[in-house]
Design a protein. Structure first.
Length: 263
């Protein structure tokens, strides 16, 4: 069977939009910074994934969640660059839920085992998203429920069928006319990439504290992530992340490279 003509034409249009999206991103500094942040997050998550020799169920389960985060970001980029902004945002919401879950696990390693071994019924009750968000807010002393607001905003615009979600289908943000199929709109592209970058930092921050893996590849990925995070924070917030000793980390990494080259 040959591929139907309409499917071929649709894919061709998507690829043209991808090329143009990447061209625009390269020309607009903040978009390029968001994309680099996502790329470095994916690189770090991939480097931290357990090797095939690992048999520890705790690390393997965390690795599975890391893969889900990686795939969510990859899917988000694929859809956003091809002009499907609402569909891309669905994967950001999934990533946000994973980020909250991983952060919750960091509070007590025993939670991973409980999550893994509970019955489906008990797991849904003990680890429901609202319970996790409330536990994290209590830990951090947050009272404004910003985690809830972020999750509900993504649900309203993309995850659930709502009237407000139509804005993600409009090629012109100032006109309510919607469009069936992919389209290119810089404001929507920026919104998706910026939210993907922000959420990816949260996910990677939790994942890297839970996974126990070292080596040159992981060290390089960690330093690359920290550099991207510092550049992203300066671009978005206009300030340096003073807690990141990047020059010292880069120097130590160069020493490790030299030592490995000599052995």
């Amino acid at each position: 069977m040959n591929t139907p003509d309409n499917i071929t034409r649709l894919h061709s249009g998507e690829e043209k939009l991808r090329v143009e999206s990447l061209r625009r991103i390269a020309e607009i500094p903040d978009l390029a910074t968001h994309l680099l942040m996502v790329e470095q997050t994916m690189n770090l998550i991939h480097a931290l994934l357990p090797s095939t020799e690992v048999t520890d169920e705790y690390q393997l389960e965390l690795g599975n969640l890391g893969i889900r985060c990686f795939n969510a970001l990859a899917s988000c980029l694929k859809l956003a660059l091809s002009g499907y902004y609402q569909a891309a945002a669905i994967h950001i919401r999934d990533l946000l839920e994973m980020a909250f879950l991983l952060d919750y696990f960091s509070m007590d390693p025993a939670l991973v085992t409980q999550w893994r071994t509970m019955s489906d019924r008990d797991r849904k009750k003990a680890f429901k998203p609202v319970a996790i968000r409330e536990a994290l807010d209590k830990r951090d002393g947050f009272t404004k429920q910003k985690r809830k607001a972020a999750y509900e905003q993504l649900s309203k615009l993309a995850g659930h069928a709502t009237p407000e979600g139509a804005v993600m289908l409009a090629p012109d943000p100032n006109v309510s006319t919607v469009h069936c199929g992919p389209f290119l709109e810089t404001t929507a592209l920026r919104a998706v990439l910026s939210e993907a970058a922000l959420t990816s930092i949260q996910a990677a921050g939790a994942f890297r504290t839970l996974i126990k893996r070292d080596g040159l590849e992981v060290s390089e990925a960690r330093v690359g992530f920290l550099h991207a995070e510092a550049a992203w924070a300066k671009c978005v917030f206009g300030k340096e992340l003073g807690h990141l000793p990047l020059a010292e980390l880069r120097f130590l990494l160069d020493l490790v490279r030299k030592q490995e080259a000599e052995t």
